[in-house]
Structure formats: C-alpha cells, structure tokens
Design a protein around this ligand. Structure first.
Ligand code: DP6
Length: 394
C-alpha cells in the first residue's frame, strides 16, 4: 500500500525551427549552437508521467510505455541525482515547510506517450521534460529546471516551456547558463498551424546522439554553421516570430532544416535522414508556394523522414487536400487525419498541374493536425495516476 506522495504531470513535444545538432560537452549536454522551437499542443502529442515515493519501495524503478526499463541509464540517473540534490538544498534552508518527507524514499516512475512510438516521433524531449517536471512537483523544487531536463536530452530543455522557446547556448563550462527561455507564449500566434506528416518508413535510423557525435567529429560545415551562421539565423527567426511574419518564419524554417540535413550529408560517413517521400514533400511544398508566389507552407525535418509542416489556419484545408491527393492513403481513409479537424475543400486542376507529380500511394501513413501549446502541467485527478495503490503500473 502506498504511504507516500503520488504526482502525475504531462509535458509536450517540441519541434525545432533552428536545429540543435552537436554537443561541445557530451556529459552535461551543452550544444555547439543555440536553437529555437515551437512547443506542440498536448491534446495531440504529450508524455504523461506518474511518480510515487514510498518507504516500502526497495529501489528506484521506471516503466515506459508499459515496459520496465533500466533505471541505471546514465541520463536518467543524472536527472534523478540533480533533482534530489535541489530538493535537499531546499529542505536544508531551515524553513520547516520545505522539509521533504519522500527524499529518503525510493521512487517508482511510470510514463506513457499519447502517440505511437512506432510513428518515429522523438519522445525523449517530452519524456525527460515530464520526468523532471513531475520530480519537481514531488520534491517541491521550484525555479529554473531546464538545465536539469537538458541533461536528460538536449531538446528536452525546450519542452519545459510552452509557445516559442529558445535554448541559449551559454558560455560557462558548467552549463549553468545553457538554458531554455520562452520567446513568446502559445497564445501569441493563434493562426499558426502544425501538421505532422508521418511518413511510411521501415528503416531504423541513426539516433540523434550518435549522429551528432559523428557530425561534430567530421563535418566542417557543422563547425561553420555553429560558429558563423546560427546566431544570425536566431536573430532573424525571433524577429519573424515576434512580428508574426509567416513568410520570413517559413523561409527561415525551411532553410535551417535544409542546412541541418546538409551537415548530415557532410558528416563522414554521411547520414541520411530524409527518404524519397521526404524529398517529394519538400518538392510539393516549394511547387505549392511557387504557384501562389507566396510562402504559405513550410517544412522541417528532424532525425527521421517525417515532415512537420507549418502553415496558417486559412491555408490549412487546401493544403491537407493537396497532401491527400498526392499521397493517397490505401485504406482507413477516415483515420488519415488525426487531431484538430480541417474543413474539406476542392483542389483546383491548375494547382494539381503546378505541383505536377505522380501520386504516391501510401507514402504518408497519417497526418497529426495540431498547433502551438502550453508547457508541462500537473494533473489533479487521482484517476489519471498511472500507478496503482500497490505502486505498480495500473
Ligand atoms: C534533430 O535532443 O534527441 O531533433 O541531446 O543527444 O538527446 P540528445 O539529442 P536530441 O537531439 C535533437 C536533434 C533534432 C534537432 C532539435 O530538436 O533541435
């Protein structure tokens, strides 16, 4: 029977529009350049984590998506150690309200995603952000926590905030100034929409951690990008976001994604994350924008073939139809679009001709339609706890 505290929280996924690629310190996870992302809405994409502490627990344990995993993984240990250290510091401040009962107890951690792991969407960002946020609530630790989440996975530090978030490179060797910071809240640009095009892919990809290690070792283009290009791109991107200039935002987003994939190609041996379907999507987006002589949609790709599309609400219905026309789903048509609903509109023959590609059946498995959303939050309903009274997954 649980005698200690149980806390459940959720945290969002984020998608970088200025990419983080490369570490200057692998242990502390310090990047070679600043990065900037949009936090996606948790209604569509989130991790939920329950953490319980009890004097009855013999050891720390963790279950992820229904399977027990090794709690001794170094990045998990870094986050646990850091959060316990911060809690101890706070409980030792002399204020009896800050005494943390569970600090000497072991924890059980249970974590699930509301999106399929098989979709190939990076879950480490939402996963570590959720772990750190939930531990902070359990131990009563307040304040800046992105530096702890960063030590789980670099991109996780940006999932500690909602809206538009930058991760500042920082200068210090101890990483204390390599932190995430909100640029604008999720309410800033309500017309902005996000589509995740989940590309049909069988192949297993090189993980970002080892991929970026090889890039740092071998790519002179990555060095040039980090030293000479990103800081200017960050300034322009922040201006585009602050002024809600979609055309500038879209162009910078596509250029940065292409530059990131160029550094992957410049890595030796080269790393290929984009598939044929990814390249067809890139081509489709450029033809679509060219047809209208305006940047109406923009793509970005991480360490895998899935595309993330940014557009404005007014362009969304037509663009979804265009994707459906050129990447016709083979079956379960009604399951093709998940998330925020989109009106159905016809696609003109002139637009189809302007795109001019052969339809690729089943190239895209499904689309998740979403928007910018808030940062981590605590859930107060005990029914939502993922651990039962016995301290094991329900
Ligand atoms: C391409 O944060 O997954 O998504 O710090 O080694 O855990 P580690 O890497 P991770 O890398 C993310 C790389 C990226 C770009 C980005 O999100 O900025």
């Amino acid at each position: 029977m649980l005698d200690g505290t149980v806390i459940t929280c959720s945290a969002p996924v984020n998608i970088a529009v200025i990419k983080y690629w490369g570490k200057r310190d692998d242990e502390l996870i310090l990047p070679v350049n600043s990065s900037l992302s949009v936090t996606l809405h948790q209604d569509q994409l989130k991790t939920t984590t329950t953490i319980a502490c009890s004097r009855d627990f013999q050891e720390d344990r963790i279950w992820i998506n229904g399977r027990e995993e090794d709690i001794n993984q170094s990045r998990l240990q870094s986050c646990l150690r850091e959060m316990r250290r911060l809690a101890r510091k706070r409980s030792g401040d002399g204020d009896p309200a800050h005494g943390v009962a569970g600090l000497s107890h072991k924890v059980h951690i249970c974590s699930v995603n509301n999106f399929p792991t098989a979709a190939g969407l990076a879950s480490s960002a939402s996963g570590y952000a959720c772990l750190v946020y939930t531990l902070s609530r359990l131990f009563g630790v307040e304040g800046e926590l992105s530096a702890v989440a960063r030590q789980g996975s670099g991109s996780a530090c940006r999932s500690m905030y909602g809206g538009f978030v930058q991760w500042k490179i920082g200068e210090r060797a101890d990483g204390k100034d390599s932190l995430a910071e909100q640029v604008q809240p999720e309410t800033h640009w309500p017309e902005l929409r996000v589509l995740v095009l989940v590309v049909n892919a069988q192949r297993k990809h090189i993980g970002s951690t080892s991929g970026m290690q090889t890039s740092v070792k071998t790519s002179s283009l990555l060095k040039h990008r980090a030293e000479c290009l990103v800081s200017g791109q960050m300034d322009k991107m922040m201006r585009a976001i602050n002024t809600k200039d979609f055309s500038a935002f879209g162009e910078l987003t596509m250029q940065d994604s292409n530059q990131f994939h160029a550094t992957c190609l410049d890595t030796y041996p080269p790393i290929f994350y984009l598939s044929d379907v990814s390249r067809q999507i890139i081509n489709l987006v450029h033809c679509y924008n060219h047809h209208y002589r305006e940047i109406k949609v923009a793509y970005t790709f991480d360490a895998g073939p899935n595309a993330v599309i940014f557009t404005l609400q007014e362009h969304l219905p037509e663009f979804v139809q265009v994707v459906r026309y050129f990447f016709p789903p083979e079956s379960n048509e009604e399951q093709f679009l998940k998330g925020l609903s989109v009106d159905s509109v016809p696609v003109s023959e002139s637009l189809k001709a302007a795109i001019g590609m052969e339809p690729v059946a089943n190239g895209i498995s499904y689309i998740i339609s979403t928007k910018a959303g808030p940062g981590p939050c605590m859930m107060n309903d005990p029914d939502l706890h993922l651990l039962g009274l016995d301290g094991l997954p329900k």
